[in-house]
Design a protein around this ligand. Sequence first.
Ligand code: PMP
Length: 419
Amino acid sequence: MSEEPVTRPVPARRRDTRLDAYAHNYAERTFGMTASAIRALFAVANRPEVVSLAGGMPNISDLPLDVVSSTLSDLVAERGTQAMQYGAGQGEPMIREQICEVMRLEAIQAHPDDVTVSVGSQQGLDLLTRIFCDPGDVVLCEAPSYVGALGVFRAYQCQVSHVAMDEHGLVPEALTEALAAHAAAGRRVKFLYTIPNFHNPAGVTQTLERRERIIEIAQAAGLLVVEDNPYGLLGFDGDPTPAIRSLDADNVVYLGSFSKTFAPGFRIGWVLAPHAVREKLVLAQESATLCPPVFSQFAISAYLSRHDWRGQIKQFREMYRERRDAMLAGLQTHMPAGTTWTRPTGGFFVWVRLPEGLDAQAMLPRAVSARVAYVPGNSFYADGLGSRHMRLSYCFPTPERIIEGTRRLGEVMAHEASL
Ligand code: PMP
């Protein structure tokens, strides 16, 4: 072996050590890690005078805190030493059974052995990407897509390829075309990431026919489908649409979460995956966390056993429906001509298309000065497109504030259009 020191050229963007003594040391993958525009917005958007239609925080003020409190104190008194101990890498058996019961509401038949508990569904997505993707691998996702998923894909140096959607969700023909284009270019597509219900940010829902068609296409192409479904039980009209996973147990990995149906602070989500994938996931989970938070799992498990969680979800649905109605009414009254928007039947978000010539990114500082905040559409695209759109959330402010927010926004847009 040579004694010569190895001197690899340092890329230019690594050289600046004035502000960071370790600038030479970071892994390549950190170059793709950028601050979320939403996080940057939080500080201003959370000022009390600003109506924030930006953040997607669940509104948990209706939770029965007395029930949660007695559940937690009984848990500590009765099973504290077990609940505060390390646990299984896959998650606790009891909660995995209850998760299967929750998923049955969306027509999913699953075995608890195939469920892996994660730190929110966000970590589920991180683990999945970790086990499937090498740098440069292609991941398909809707245009637009969830900003947190794009962040994960960037962190693993994936190539994100957007697939068109319309008011019925992902367009199957666009999926076929994307697969053909990647195949022709010799690129391996690792999976399709899709949010079928009350899409974040687009607010649309895939019809059952679309889901069936997507599965047909995926089966024919040998494509894995990753179904991310944190909002599925928060629909305003009738029963939930059967999950994509209910149509195919072998080619779909399903991500679920208690963040929107209970509370995000416990950070408990899950991944339902075919057996072989589940084995890899558990190994990845063990190396990432040893085990998902045991206390949170016990707490949620006890809440589910002791409380009418279905009734609680119903209450959440009514509360969000009222806010959705306020937002649609506010938009109808206050948006200038040429503006269009989606009409969500559940979840938290409306996707607004601005009149020709307006740019949501450029307009944001003016909107914040007018005391209203939103997320510009380009945050939801890997390629920086989308700034003629904005995401509005109706989950958190009161209905009156939502209407006032749309009024302020309408004024800013009308002023902008007149410039
Ligand atoms: N997927 C989507 C589409 C989301 O909107 C969110 C939260 N905003 C998540 C995943 C992550 O949720 P959690 O980690 O809290 O389960």
